[in-house]
Each structure stands twice: as structure tokens, then as C-alpha cells.
Design a protein around this ligand. Structure first.
Ligand code: BEZ
Length: 401
């Protein structure tokens, strides 16, 4: 079966199951290149606008809009529409939502999601359909490993990339026995797995991995268990509203006074205002820190604050960089969204001044970037240094790597 036959049969199936599919099938008129150039470019955003990750989705979206506005709201000279769809961070709805954007809306570019489980479904369909896709948060390792494809890019990170360096760092600090705790889904499991890999390599041991159903925030029983295990430290991944609750509960339960808390930087990014004193002294690793003294970061933080009245965070940076990637690539092809090969080459070669510092794409289309060691000091993610320079995800299983 050829790939176009495969595509047809998948679409036939969708036609019977989604209203979007019916619309796409009955209204299909092949567009001439001239017509296609006049139509607005369509960018689909599959992001969480409700639920525990809502703030993350809003910051990615608002930072994209900010960068587009700063550059005149045109892509290669063409007008564009952003089509926002609430993913609800729900993997069960991810395939249907992706199809709504790709088949129903016929978007030229697809971006999002936040949740790794949603990304697995989204990337699979985008790969089959050949839709140019930029993952603007979800760290699922497979997206730039086994599932990698020429049309799939990621401007954020892989789950391995931000947590392996913390394992190395904690072992270097002489910690011997650690408990890890996270939500029981792809991102949580991959993050504590990468932490464990780095920690064990440095001679440490993980006493217990505690997995909590996503997006539960009832942590009391888990905190009691951690206290009874008496580890040297705890490593955690939570994000958004769940991270706020975990960090507050950790402090209020009294565990924080006895057992230091470490984590993936998402634990304290975009959350410090709500966490207050409970977050002070938490050590994390991430590919960004609020306090990076880079001209691009200072400019970006000021503009984001002015535009939204909120403080920027790592999610906003990823949205901003996603928009910049689209702007640069569309400029290179003069707005011709049909020039897929040229668009892909332009994206692969892209280099710009990011608020996070220098980065470029690996051959499997994941950022190669510095991972910073941070500590919460006076309500800020203060940079202590670079935990690991130019970290590249191993990209294992990717035919392009
Ligand atoms: C993820 O599911 O990949 C994820 C969600 C929130 C923050 C970081 C990663």
C-alpha cells in the first residue's frame, strides 16, 4: 500500500467518525498555488487552557502572540490565523483533537502540546500526515527518538535532557540515598528515570520511586511515607497547579525542614508567586532561569510583563522561540507553505538570540542547550551555574540521528 493510499484510508475512516472529517472530505477543492498563497496561513495550537496545566498553555500562547506582534504579525509576508484548541492535557482526547486541527482545519503548522501523553498521539498522526509540527513543551523522549521524523521539531526539551544532569549533580554533592516522587505518566516516569540514570552513575541509590495518578494533588500519604523512609533528599517532578500544591504541602508537613527537596525545574517555574516561602531553597535543573543576565532574556521578560502583566517563565520562552522559528523559516521561503523541504532545511539551520541562551537543533530535531543549576532565593530561580553545557538528548532509535 502506498503512503497516499494509507492516508486516504485513514481519512475515509475519519470521515465516518468526525464532523471535521466530513467537512474536510466534502469541501475538498484542490487549491492552485496562487490561491494557496493568498489564503491565510493556519497554525493549530493544541494546548491545555483548563486543568492543572492551564497556566502553561496560556503562557506558551501569549508569548507566541507577543513575538508575532513584535515582528508585524506576518509570516513571510502573509497573514495568519492561530487556531487554539484546548487539549485539557488529556491523552484520551489527543488523537481526536489532533485530527480536528490537521484534517478538519487543515492547518499548515501544528504546535503544542504540554503533556507528554498528548504528544505521543499528536506526533504519531502528524508524522503520518506530514504536517509540519513544532512541539513547544512536552518532553516525551520518543518524540525525538523512535518517533522522530523530518517534519517533527521540538523547541523545548526532552524529559531525559533536563533531569539526567540533576542526578549527576546530586551524586557529586555526596547524597547517597534518594526518594523520587512524581505523577504516574510518560513525563514523570521518564524524568525520574533520567534522574536515576545520572544519580546511579555517580554512585547514588534510589530507595523508592513514588508514582501518583495524574493529576492528583492529595500528597499527604506520600509525604508520610517519605518521612518514614528518611532519605538524604527527595527528587520530584510536578508542574503547574500540582507543583504549587506539592511544594506547599512538602513545607507544611514539616518534611522540608529535615529532607532537602530537589527537582526538575518545572517544580518552581511559573509557580513561585503562589508557592511563596515554601519554595525557598529548592534546587532544580532546567534549560532556563528567570535571572539569566542575557540581553535577550531581559528584553523578553520586560515585554512579556508589559503585554500580560505576568512574569515570564520557561513555558513562555518556549512559545516565544516557537514563534521565532516560524517567523524565520517562513521568511526564508517567502511565505510558501508548500515548500516543505525548504521549510524543513530553514528550521534545521535556524539560529537566533533566545532568552534561554544559545541553542540549535540536533539531527533528531531536539534542542542542544545548556542545563542550568538553580536555587530558589528570595522568590527567584537564581542561577548557580551551568549544570551541564550543551546537553544533547541521545536521540536513540531516530533514523535521522
Ligand atoms: C510533559 O508532560 O512532558 C510536561 C508537562 C509539564 C511540564 C514539563 C513536561
Amino acid at each position: 500500500m502506498t503512503s497516499s493510499q494509507r492516508k486516504m484510508s485513514r481519512r475515509d475512516l475519519l470521515k465516518q467518525t468526525t464532523a471535521a472529517g466530513v467537512a474536510a472530505a466534502t469541501n475538498f477543492i484542490p487549491a492552485s498555488p496562487a490561491i494557496a498563497q493568498k489564503a491565510k496561513v493556519k497554525i493549530g495550537l493544541l494546548l491545555p487552557y483548563t486543568g492543572t496545566y492551564a497556566a502553561l498553555g496560556h503562557n506558551i500562547t501569549d508569548a507566541m502572540k507577543l513575538r508575532f506582534a513584535e515582528t508585524g504579525n506576518k509570516l513571510g509576508g502573509r497573514e495568519f490565523d492561530l487556531i487554539q484548541l484546548d487539549s485539557e492535557a488529556d491523552p484520551a482526547k489527543a488523537a481526536a483533537n489532533t485530527n480536528k486541527l490537521i484534517v478538519g482545519e487543515k492547518v499548515d503548522f501544528l504546535t503544542g502540546p504540554v503533556h507528554s501523553g498528548v504528544a505521543m498521539a499528536m506526533a504519531k498522526i502528524a508524522r503520518e500526515e506530514g504536517t509540519l509540527t513544532i512541539v513547544s513543551n512536552a518532553g516525551a523522549n520518543a518524540v525525538t527518538r523512535e518517533m522522530c521524523g523530518p517534519n517533527i521539531f521540538r523547541t523545548s526539551f526532552s524529559n531525559w535532557q533536563v533531569c539526567f544532569p540533576m542526578g549527576t549533580e546530586m551524586a557529586r554533592r555526596g547524597l547517597k540515598r534518594v526518594v523520587s516522587v512524581t505523577w504516574n505518566y510518560v513525563a514523570g516516569k521518564e524524568m525520574i528515570g533520567a534522574f536515576r540514570e545520572g544519580f546511579e552513575k555517580g554512585g547514588g541509590a534510589v530507595a523508592k520511586e513514588i508514582l501518583i495518578p495524574f493529576p492528583n494533588v492529595e500528597f499527604q500519604a506520600n509525604l508520610t511515607e517519605i518521612a518514614s523512609l528518611k532519605p538524604d533528599a527527595v527528587f520530584a517532578f510536578f508542574s503547574g497547579a500540582g507543583a504549587v500544591k506539592f511544594v506547599k504541602d512538602y513545607a507544611e508537613s514539616g518534611v522540608k525542614a529535615r529532607i532537602p527537596l530537589y527537582g526538575a525545574g518545572f517544580l518552581t517555574d511559573g509557580t513561585l508567586g503562589a508557592q511563596g516561602a515554601a519554595a525557598e531553597g529548592i534546587f532544580t535543573t532546567l534549560h532556563y532561569a528567570d535571572s539569566l543576565q542575557l540581553p535577550a532574556n531581559l528584553r523578553f521578560r520586560e515585554s512579556f510583563k508589559k503585554a500580560t502583566s505576568r512574569d515570564a517563565d520557561v513555558f513562555a520562552v518556549q512559545g516565544y522561540d516557537t514563534a521565532q522559528l516560524l517567523i524565520d523559516a517562513m521568511e526564508k521561503v517567502k511565505g510558501d507553505v508548500g515548500a516543505t523541504k525548504a521549510l524543513i532545511s530553514a528550521m534545521e539551520e535556524t539560529r537566533f538570540d533566545s532568552p534561554r541562551g544559545p541553542w540549535h537543533f540536533s539531527r533528531s530535531h531536539n534542542p542542544v542547550q545548556n542545563v542550568y543549576l538553580r536555587e530558589v532565593r528570595n522568590g527567584d530561580n537564581a542561577v548557580l551555574g551551568i549544570a551541564e553545557k550543551e546537553v544533547s538528548d541521545p536521540g536513540t532509535g531516530c533514523g535521522m540521528a
